[in-house]
Design a protein around this ligand. Structure first.
Ligand code: PMP
Length: 407
């Protein structure tokens, strides 16, 4: 990406011109949520202003336009993930709801007492707690795959956990704490060899790399719109038709039904079976705009740009006295977690904030992982397509200043 291209892209994001405490905002909390380009916000306003009407149920024109826009958004999401069928795309509130949907509904259909679910030590609470809840509900066992010191999954140990009782492997594509890119394709192939389906938590991969769910052969893949430059409150569950068809509805209500009588209700076909109630049809339309936005830039170019930022940040952070990088996997996404000496991550984060640098501190919703490392948390900088090398340099200078004050 040239400097001119980058500056042009930055001007798509009005918030990047904001000041924080009178300083230029350096926004490095992109793993938590990304900023929104003007086209996404304008798409939402346009939908509200020109064709807002509840979808699917109206005979009137506006409702038809809104319904079509929502279904075109589904097509866009299917294209984005290279899904085989549009009805394999379920709109949810986000990655969290998508995982809860699968854990509940797949669990109802396929899991029994004594069965097992395999997760990994680096899962976000969203890809851990729903499985724990399933295990509690059904009397099942949660098995946890370990990692090595660099933060790479111990694959032989993971594969050794797979057995005839395993009903699901749930794994993050990219760790939100360590940045590790997990070899999900290989994991899926190994699990499939034993007839075990795999859910891939794509919350941290969808914004940063080209994802092809069919090439991966993922059974389920989830992501959140707000991390891919889209709005909050909308996300995607991709599921293979054969699983989704065999799974019962997650929630009951309007639109997910066929016919309803007091005696018996039949359910709608896919994808509507899993979309009870009024969906976020404005969110879906804006999400589609965001997906078109990143595809116009090309995800491969975004990935290359972010990789350059990550390498530069890693190199420069190593200049900081007492730095300890948390997560040094060979394959890493746009996340760098670290500690400096014995400084508490929260104190460092506070002083970075005062210098206009937005990072995240704490356990990043992966408390078991952070506990297993015996640390109080990390400071995490995470990059997006609009970050610059200059911002990385100013961030590192801010870390040095903050550390000098605290040490
Ligand atoms: N999984 C991972 C790896 C994440 O980083 C996040 C968000 N921090 C989630 C799941 C949950 O996403 P959301 O809160 O948007 O549902």
């Amino acid at each position: 990406m040239t400097q001119d291209e980058l500056q042009a892209l930055r001007s798509d994001f009005p918030i990047l011109a904001e000041k924080v405490y009178g300083k230029d905002l350096i926004y490095l909390d992109n793993a938590a949520t990304t900023q929104k380009p003007r086209c996404v916000v304008e798409k939402m306003a346009d939908a509200y202003y020109r064709y807002n009407a509840n979808i699917h149920r109206g005979v009137h024109r506006l409702s038809q336009v809104a319904t079509e826009a929502n279904e075109q958004a589904r097509d866009e999401a299917a294209r984005f993930l290279h899904a085989g069928h549009r009805h394999e795309i379920i709109f949810t509130r986000g990655a969290t709801e998508a995982i809860n949907l699968v854990a509940f509904s797949y669990g109802e259909a396929f899991c029994h007492e004594g069965d097992e679910v395999v997760v990994t030590v680096m899962e976000h609470h969203s890809n851990l707690v729903p499985w724990q809840m399933l295990c509690e509900r059904k009397g099942m066992k949660l098995r946890v795959a370990p990692m090595n010191e660099a933060g790479e999954l111990d694959l032989p140990a993971l594969y050794a956990l797979l057995n005839e009782r395993t009903r699901m492997v749930a794994v993050a594509h990219v760790s939100n704490v360590l940045g590790t890119v997990n070899p999900v394709r290989e994991i899926i192939a190994k699990a499939h060899a034993r007839g075990i389906p795999v859910l891939v938590d794509g919350a941290q991969s969808a914004p940063h790399m080209e994802v092809d769910v069919e090439a991966l052969d993922a059974d389920f893949y989830v992501f959140s719109g707000h991390k891919v430059y889209g709005p909050t409150g909308i996300g995607v569950l991709y599921g293979k038709e054969r699983w989704l068809d065999a799974m019962p509805p997650y929630q009951g209500g309007g639109e997910m039904v066929g016919t309803v009588t007091f005696e018996r209700t039949t359910y709608n076909e896919l994808p509507f079976k899993f979309e009870a109630g009024t969906p976020d049809y404005i969110g879906s339309v804006a999400l589609a705009e965001a997906l078109r936005y990143v595809q116009r830039i090309w995800l491969t170019r975004i990935a290359a740009h972010e990789d350059a930022l990550l390498r530069h940040a890693t190199r420069r952070l190593l200049e900081v006295d007492g730095i300890r990088l948390i997560g040094t996997a060979r394959e890493k996404g746009a996340v760098v977690s670290f500690l400096v000496g014995s400084i508490h991550p929260y104190d460092l984060g506070m002083l970075l904030d005062k210098q206009g640098v937005a990072v995240r501190t704490g356990h990043h919703c992966a408390q078991p992982l952070v506990d297993s490392l015996g640390i109080p948390g990390t400071v995490r900088a995470s990059f997006a397509l609009y970050n610059t090398m200059d911002e990385v340099d100013r961030f590192v200078e801010a870390v040095k200043r903050a550390a000098a004050m605290l040490q």
